[in-house]
Ligand binder design. Structure first.
Ligand code: ARG
Length: 268
């Protein structure tokens, strides 16, 4: 398992490089630069100042998605903004592959990852997690007429996951490499399910609901794969930022802001 994760991380390092050099992302890169420059100018006027560079993967509604104006919106950007406000910092959002987030933290390309990221002991060897702000459940999406009804029924099937997610880790461990197909996002994995290329998708329950709503003929199984805690992550050893963010998050938790932000997007 450790080896597998290390391989994944190594792969994603390459992906980070590819992302920076990829023409398709040049707009985002330019936007980011422009935003940073503005922020630098503004920083001169703020007492504490500084820019909090948040990395995320905006394919994961309602935690983060891209709106019609190409802005990254959702629970994580809102929480990060509230944290940045408390710290007197500007927030800059950098959208990247999910499995590039941890390498980007290590390489100082971002300061914090806010991405519905599950607290996991192996990840905790690479990054430091903040306090948890939400929980997620690994859900199983199948076609409405599927014979898959339980987790056990996934055996011998082809399951789609987002690369580097906990869904990927569990399915790879439980079903074996041959039964897992990795996609750049849950959106693309769900598309493959609709097209009949795979038998199920394992992904966190809230985005799963959004994907099922956006497509026809899919359902989420009642069975829950695992329950997980979400937290933000900073570079391993960056205790200065970790402490500041944790303090801000504790305050936002205590005064009800965190619950309020989540309730704006998730209506139970
Ligand atoms: N909670 C899962 C994990 O940590 C999935 C997170 C995916 N997040 C995203 N923004 N695409 O692995």
């Amino acid at each position: 398992m450790k080896k597998k994760l290390a391989a994944l991380l190594a792969m994603s390092l390459v992906a980070t490089g590819a992302l920076a050099g990829c023409g398709g992302n040049s707009d985002t890169q330019e936007d980011t630069t422009a935003q940073t420059q503005q922020n630098d100018a503004a920083d001169a006027n703020t007492a504490e100042g500084g820019t909090l560079r948040m990395g995320t993967n905006a394919t994961f509604p309602p935690y983060e998605t891209v709106d019609d104006s190409n802005n990254v919106v959702g629970i994580d950007p809102d929480i990060a903004q509230a944290v940045a406000d408390k710290l007197g910092m500007k927030l800059e959002i950098i959208n990247m592959e999910f499995d590039s987030l941890i390498p980007a933290l290590s390489a100082d390309q971002i300061d914090i990852a806010f991405a519905g990221m599950t607290v996991d002991p192996e990840r905790a060897e690479q990054v430091d997690f903040t306090i948890s702000y939400a929980t997620g459940i690994q859900a199983i999406i199948v076609p409405e007429d599927s014979t898959i009804a339980t987790v056990d029924d996934l055996k011998d099937k082809k399951v789609g996951v987002q690369t580097g997610t906990t869904g990927d880790m569990y399915c790879t461990d439980d079903l074996g490499e041959d039964h897992v197909q990795r996609f750049e996002s849950g959106v693309v994995a769900t598309q493959a399910l609709v097209n009949g290329q795979i038998d199920a998708v394992v992904i966190d329950n809230e985005p799963a609901k959004a994907y099922v709503e956006a497509n026809q003929g899919l359902k989420i199984l009642d069975t829950e794969y695992t329950v997980e805690d979400y937290a933000a992550a900073v570079k391993k050893g960056n205790t200065e930022l970790l402490d500041k963010v944790n303090k801000a998050m504790e305050e936002l938790k205590a005064d009800g802001t965190l619950d309020e932000i989540i309730a704006n997007y998730i209506h139970e």
